[in-house]
Ligand binder design. Sequence first.
Ligand SMILES: NC(=O)c1ccc[n+]([C@@H]2O[C@H](COP(=O)([O-])OP(=O)(O)OC[C@H]3O[C@@H](n4cnc5c(N)ncnc54)[C@H](OP(=O)(O)O)[C@@H]3O)[C@@H](O)[C@H]2O)c1
Length: 301
Amino acid sequence: MAPSASPLNQNSKFLIFGGGYSGQYFANEIRKLGCLALTSNRSKKNNEYSFFFDSSSNEIPAEHIFSNTTHILSCIPPGKNGEDPLLSKLQAKLESLSLEWAGYLSTTGVYGNTDGNWVSEKDTVNPLQERSKRRRLCELNWINSNLPTQIFRLPGIYGPGRSTLESIIKKNIKVINKKSQIFSRIHVADIANSIIYLLKNKNELDFHQIINISDNHPCSQIEVIKFSYELLGLNMPQTIEFEEAKKMLSPMALSFWEENRKVSNDLLCNKLGYQLIYKDYKSGLKNCLGLIKNRSKKLYV
Ligand SMILES: NC(=O)c1ccc[n+]([C@@H]2O[C@H](COP(=O)([O-])OP(=O)(O)OC[C@H]3O[C@@H](n4cnc5c(N)ncnc54)[C@H](OP(=O)(O)O)[C@@H]3O)[C@@H](O)[C@H]2O)c1
């Protein structure tokens, strides 16, 4: 049997709501395939590939932005009361477009605390933080919409320009030690490329509405920081024990330490066959270092 044509082709048009770090990265990867990708921001930009969308404004995107759209991706975090900023403004409009696909970037925060145990898509959600409860409400808004929704649950996102390397360079880091504390993470390139992989192979793969995207190596934050100092050729300062550090942390920073879980990528990588570009923080951070070296070369030529 001849393989069926990829559902992603040059007639595909993507609207990416929330053209921030992950949204812009995704747009750039999609454009490399010859598809049209427009991204939204809350400030007006003089660029034909971006458009204005701010849920706190009554201004909605012009009709030509929506015309011929086949796919949308929302990278916008929940509103203050748990409303989804995009659906609360544009759900009816988006439902009228007969979209092929509607992606939503969510967080693994909806799983809550598992005292370091693995979580998978099959687990019942149990959000602990208020922001994770709001996120779950948004997930439910998307699931209950009439859109062809697919939700991606993400742990800590890092990549070029946004990693522990930059935090060290900007002296914006505390080296905190908390016994048995595990975090999961994902390189931004793997967010974009795994979603593209799923879209390209949509006709052959089983559809799953909720998919975790995380790397193979959940580990302590201190392990990552130690490696980052080594990569930069700098000495790591003395560690601060968590009990001491918590007196200095903001409530937001503290809330991240209240949850301890390992996010499974078994569905994405084993069952659906996506091959991670950056399997762990070591390969991912080496990639991030490349950008830092390029920037500093430019500063000195
Ligand atoms: N960062 C992480 O480690 C992490 C981890 C897991 C999940 N997530 C979630 O994954 C998604 C993407 O993350 P990211 O770090 O790439 O996001 P980001 O860089 O912070 O970008 C967020 C985007 O949403 C837009 N936005 C925010 N509020 C809006 C509103 N009320 N109306 C319209 N647009 C709005 C922002 O507009 P402007 O461009 O104008 O600012 C920006 O383009 C987010 O939902 C985030 O919460 C993040």
